[in-house]
Design a protein around this ligand. Sequence first.
Ligand SMILES: C[S@@+](CC[C@H](N)C(=O)[O-])C[C@H]1O[C@@H](n2cnc3c(N)ncnc32)[C@H](O)[C@@H]1O
Length: 306
Amino acid sequence: MSTIADAICLGEQIGCVHPLHTFLCRLERNPSLFQPERLRERLIALDNLDAEFGDFDSESSARRTDPSIHERARALRTRLEATNAELYRSVRSQIVRGSRPHALLQWLQDSANENEAIDPLPGSSFDWRDELVSGVLQLREPSEPNFQRPTEMVPYQPTPVRHILRLIAAAPLAEDDVFVDLGSGLGHVPLLVSMVTGATSLGIEVEAAYVASAQECAQSLCLGGVQFISQDVREADLASGTVFYLYSPFKGSILTDVLSALRSESTRRPITVCSLGPCTRAVANQRWLKAKTITDVGRITAFDSQ
Ligand SMILES: C[S@@+](CC[C@H](N)C(=O)[O-])C[C@H]1O[C@@H](n2cnc3c(N)ncnc32)[C@H](O)[C@@H]1O
C-alpha cells in the first residue's frame, strides 16, 4: 500500500475521514483480492466500486467525489480488472490447447454445488458467473442488428449462466450428446455446454450477425465441437440433436411448427427438450413430452419424449 493510503487508513482509525476512504481502505488492505483464484471476490469488489462511483470516466462522477478518492478508486479498479484479464487469458489459452479449463469448471461447479443445483434463483438477472463467462468468451457484440424480425420472433436476450448450469445437470448432458440451441443468439449457451461437458453443440440462429460473432468465438478458442448456422429454425435439419433448448425464442405459429418438428424427431429416437421462460407453458402442454423437473417458467424445465 502507498504511504498516502497508509496515512489515510490511519486517519480512518481515528475517525476523521470520509466513509468512501474506509470503503477503499478495506479493499486496498486486502492483498488476497489480487490472488488469481479470488475471482469471485474481485468481481463483487468491482460491482461495489461501480455502485459507489458510477461511471469513473464521466465528469459528473469525478466532480461528485474528492479527487484523491476518485483517483484511488480508479487505480484500484484498473488493478482488479488487469488481474481478471490475466486470468481470462490463461483460461482461454487452456481451452485453445485443448485441455479442460479446470479453474473455470471448478468455479462454476462450486457455485452450482453451493445451494442451487436444484433450485437456482428464478428470472433473468445476472451475477458474477455471467461476468466470468463473458470475460472468457469475449464475444463481440454486433453493432447493428440488420434483420427485420417478424413479431413472433423474440429479440436476443442471453440465458444467465446459473440456468445453463442447471440445464446441464437437469438434461443431463454428457459427452455423447448433441446439444441444439434453437435460436442461439450470440452462442454462449452452446459454447459453455461444450466446454463444460465435452458434448457436441449446435446453435441455430436467424440473425446472421450473431452467428458470425459466435463462429468467431468458437474459432478463436479452437472449439471444433461447436457449430453455428444462420437459419430459421423451421428450416433447419434437427436430425442429429439429442437435447434441444428453447429460451422462449419465438411464439405463436413458429413455436407450434418447431414443437411439431421436435415431435417428429422424437419418433426416431428419444430426445430431451429443455425450456426457460414463457414458452415452457406451450412445451408443458405437449402430450408426447413428460416433465422430469418441476415445471416453472422462471427456471429450466427438462422434458423427456415418451
Ligand atoms: C431469447 S433469445 C435466446 C438466445 C440464446 N438461446 C440464449 O439462451 O442465450 C432468442 C433468440 O432466438 C432467435 N430467433 C428468433 N426466432 C428465430 C427463428 N425462427 N429461427 C432462428 N432463430 C430465431 C432470436 O434472434 C434470438 O437471438
